[in-house]
Design a protein around this ligand. Structure first.
Ligand code: NAD
Length: 305
């Protein structure tokens, strides 16, 4: 893969697949930075709406007629990344990898399982395609404001070369290690985040049963050593308001905990807190309709009292 300069970026076309809650604002920011995009999504209406709104081109993989130097994936999980790249799976789409030229680069910004990422890296390398993982943290709000944290695994030189592109999406860029390292630290980050949210939910519900107003409990935590990202950023806006609309689904969080747990198991590490946390989120996922926001874990825990 040759070095990507600002000039190259403005002159070549980037593929972007997965225009959901995160993909849409990220792709929109790329477009407004002058990147020419080809887009695709399993929901064709969404992809066409994006293309119409931001002067991008919607193209099915079969009709891909332009050489893409870079393709960005922002998909729900690694299995779907696999089916998009190599065909098969639920989508039934034929594989994109066979339509890309040698020397192109695929960037998986989804939160995928790291061992699967390493296998995909091997399969793509055999086709002469480079692959890096670059999942993100910060949610929809920071995707909109280009303030995402981006954690990259793979070839370090490629990371350096594509930093100008990543900087159009986030302002905290990290090179973490070899392929899969970005996906690994992303799952572990979400373990810490999910554990913080359930610990705070538990504490607020115990406080409420003791006669302390939830809003007061959160104020105290936020002024004290118990504060975390959830107490500071999620309780007032999404939980106590009962809006439950952070834009990150409960199913995706349960997936990330499953990834963190399988990493621990694969490394023969006993992690009782992670096990309990993954089990709780898994139960919540199965007892609530699909698509519920992850902040509804508070409601799930409250109903179990
Ligand atoms: P989402 O469900 O809103 O979007 C996923 C998009 O992928 C949808 O538009 C869907 O139609 C599309 N898609 C599904 N299968 C496809 C296929 N076979 N081909 C093409 N498109 C397909 O999910 P999201 O919240 O945008 O999350 C995307 C990824 O980012 C996930 O891996 C998630 O864990 C991660 N993530 C999400 C957030 C967040 O706050 N939402 C934050 C950080 C990371």
């Amino acid at each position: 893969m040759r070095k990507i300069s600002d000039m190259d970026l403005k002159q070549s076309t980037v593929g972007f697949i997965g225009l959901g809650k995160m993909g849409w604002p990220i792709a929109r920011n790329l477009s407004s930075s002058g990147i020419r995009l080809i887009v695709n999504d399993a929901d064709m209406d969404v992809a066409k709406r994006f293309a119409d709104t931001y002067s991008a081109r919607f193209v099915s993989y079969e009709d891909l007629d332009e050489e893409l130097g870079v393709v960005i994936l922002m998909l729900p999980n690694g299995d779907i990344v696999n089916s998009v790249l190599f065909g098969g799976g639920e989508s039934g789409a034929s594989g994109l990898a066979h339509r890309l030229g040698k020397g192109s680069l695929v960037i998986d910004m989804s939160s995928s399982e790291p061992n699967g990422t390493r296998e995909r890296g091997q399969a793509l390398a055999e086709l002469g395609i480079a692959f890096i993982d670059a999942p993100v943290s910060g949610g929809v709000k920071k995707a909109e404001s280009r303030e995402l944290a981006v954690m990259v695994g793979g070839d370090e030189q490629i990371y350096k070369d594509i930093s100008p592109l990543l900087a159009m999406m986030g302002n905290k860029l990290f090179y973490v290690g070899p392929l899969g390292a970005g996906h690994a630290i992303k799952a572990l980050n979400n373990y810490v985040s999910a554990a913080g949210l359930v610990a705070a939910s538990d504490a607020v519900q115990i406080a409420r049963n003791f006669g302390i107003e939830p809003a007061k409990a959160i104020d105290v935590l936020n002024a004290s050593s118990g504060r975390n990202n959830s107490t500071e950023g999620k309780f007032q806006q999404f939980i106590l308001s009962q809006a439950f609309n952070s834009g990150f689904s409960l199913g995706l969080m349960a997936k990330d905990l499953g990834i963190a747990l399988s990493m621990a198991e694969g490394l023969h590490r006993n992690s009782p807190v992670l096990e309990a946390c993954a089990e709780l989120w898994n139960q919540a996922k199965h007892s609530m309709p699909e698509g519920r926001d992850h902040t509804e874990i508070f409601r799930f825990m409250s109903e179990r009292e």
